[in-house]
Design a protein around this ligand. Structure first.
Ligand code: ATP
Length: 500
């Protein structure tokens, strides 16, 4: 796959994802399209479960959050107003010897991280701050000089022969009109947020929402990333789960803190360990934001952004209002205690939560990927081996249970089929008859199935089965009649939602 994939663990995860139907390189038979990936039969289930968890926790658990599904194409003016045409750039730099292209800011960030690892965090912080200052001032020559001063070398050629730093716009565009060759290009949206902003009044009026309220959306976004590596962490086509929360000006810091805490809780409730999550305040705020933080996850290649929480002020709505000449305001008839009068008309402020479905998927998969040494058999036959399994939360596992007749005779297959036909109304299951039972367990471990249900001789006598637990390999016997409630409890979103 991608030659730049860095760590052994990531390599294992990439290989596992391919072999067991989670993620494939796009158009692999043509050697792939860089930084574009496809989700396989198990991957799509896992991803859909993660998206459904996000969607339901946003729209079902909050009275004041509703959803939309906006188109990927939008009027070209959208991106003028949002600032993306002029400013959605990354600074790029090429190495003259290797002809490899890099993001200038990433080279510097990596250097800063190197100082941090070497026990000199102050030097790392100073470097990041200096880079932030230069980028804010758009001093690209200064950024290049900093790279030279830091003696940063190309990891491929090992030389420090660098081109100028140039800005590169990340938006993809396509022909908008089949008849007018001069028509402006239509962009593939680089974020889902703008579909929410332009629909602000449609949603507010049709759903009769009162401020504070939120609009949630899940959808594809496209960015022509300069350096696309690290598997599905940085893709050119990816999926975002964004929620824009519209609020009264002046309340943004309180809402920012509320959502910051709520989103972190959400990741923990899903089973991502607290120690692998951290907040990272932005060193360089986007021009529209007055506060911004990333929730970072410790991926196999280090702590990196998984979700962004931004206080976007009234920037986007005001920009759209100015360019479209349509009022995007809200009449707030609540009374301001300071004046005793209604707050009246205003352009709402916005706090945004934006998480990448693919980065969440990668975090979930890396966290679940487990290798343990186990001992099997007794006496002479005893052997130790490595067991690989995915310790996925049952609520997001692609398959909830596998049903196995112990042997393919004595009425066991028929009984297994009967259980399967009954439980399939509630859960995604597999029924497997072939191969030794151990092999069948292994196959399910590798895709993270939490339960394996075995029909054996005793089943035919007393209608009980054994349930084998993926994480502990322990087996419990239970009546067939209890299976639905037992599995249902383990896989329900409810247990996650209760923690929020
Ligand atoms: P980065 O600094 O890593 O490029 P960003 O700050 O540009 O990310 P945002 O614009 O805040 O990202 O987008 C919100 C979320 O969308 C990110 O937290 C991330 O999860 C996801 N995302 C952004 N770009 C990509 C990408 N190229 N591939 C996969 N997910 C992405």
């Amino acid at each position: 796959m991608n030659p730049a994939i860095e760590t052994t663990q990531l390599k294992d995860i990439v290989a596992h994802a391919k072999e067991y139907g989670f993620v494939f390189q796009s158009s692999e038979i043509y050697d792939g399209l860089q930084a574009v990936y496809d989700y396989g039969p198990n991957g799509v289930e896992l991803k859909n479960n993660l998206k459904r968890l996000w969607w339901e926790s946003m729209t079902q658990l909050h009275d004041n959050v509703v959803g939309i599904d906006a188109a990927i194409f939008m009027a070209p003016q959208t991106w003028e107003a949002s600032g993306h045409v002029a400013g959605f750039n990354d600074p790029m730099i090429d190495n003259l010897d290797s002809k490899k292209r890099y993001r200038a800011d990433v080279l510097l960030e990596d250097k800063a991280a190197e100082y941090e690892r070497a026990g000199d965090p102050a030097r790392g912080a100073a470097l990041t701050a200096e880079m932030g200052r230069l980028l804010t001032e758009n001093d690209l020559a200064g950024v290049r000089q900093l790279i030279l001063d830091e003696k940063i070398l190309c990891p491929v050629s090992g030389t420090g022969k660098w081109t100028e730093v140039r800005q590169f716009n990340l938006m993809f565009s396509t022909q908008g009109s089949s008849v007018d060759a001069d028509a402006p290009p239509v962009y593939l949206r680089p974020e889902t947020a703008q579909g929410i902003f332009v629909n602000f009044l449609n949603v507010q009026k049709s759903a009769r929402m009162k401020i504070p309220f939120g609009i949630a959306q899940i959808g594809k976004a496209f960015r022509n990333e300069i350096v696309a590596r690290q598997f599905i962490f940085r893709m050119r086509e990816f999926e975002q789960m964004e929620m824009q929360f519209f609020i009264r000006p002046g309340t943004e810091m309180a809402w920012y803190e509320t959502w910051k805490a709520a989103r972190r809780r959400w990741h923990e409730a899903l089973g991502l360990p607290a120690a692998k999550l951290r907040f990272h305040d932005h060193d360089k705020l986007a021009f529209y934001a007055n506060a911004a933080v990333d929730i970072e996850y410790e991926f196999p290649f280090g702590f990196k952004e998984m979700e962004g929480i931004h206080s976007r002020t009234d920037y986007d709505l005001t920009q759209h209002q100015n360019l479209s000449r349509k009022k995007l305001q809200y009449f707030d008839n609540d009374l301001d205690p300071a004046t005793g009068k209604a707050y009246g008309n205003y352009v709402p402020f916005v706090v945004e939560t934006s998480v990448g479905a693919d980065r969440l998927f990668l975090a979930t998969l890396s966290n679940a990927f487990t290798e343990e040494t186990i001992t099997e058999g007794e006496g002479e036959a005893q052997q130790t081996k490595t067991r690989t399994f995915l310790k996925l939360h049952p609520a997001v596992a692609p398959i909830k249970a596998a049903i196995f007749p112990l042997v393919r005779k004595d009425g066991m297959p028929e009984k297994a089929q009967e259980i399967f036909d009954e439980l399939r109304f509630d859960f995604r299951l597999v029924l497997e008859e072939r191969d030794a039972i151990g092999k069948r367990y292994t196959r399910q471990d590798l895709i993270g199935t939490p339960f394996c249900i075995v029909v054996d001789g005793q089943t035919l006598e007393d209608n009980t089965v054994t349930v084998r637990h993926r994480d502990t390999r322990e087996q419990t016997r239970m009546p067939i009649a209890d299976l639905r409630a037992y599995i249902g409890e383990a896989v329900s979103f409810r247990r996650i939602f209760e923690k929020l």
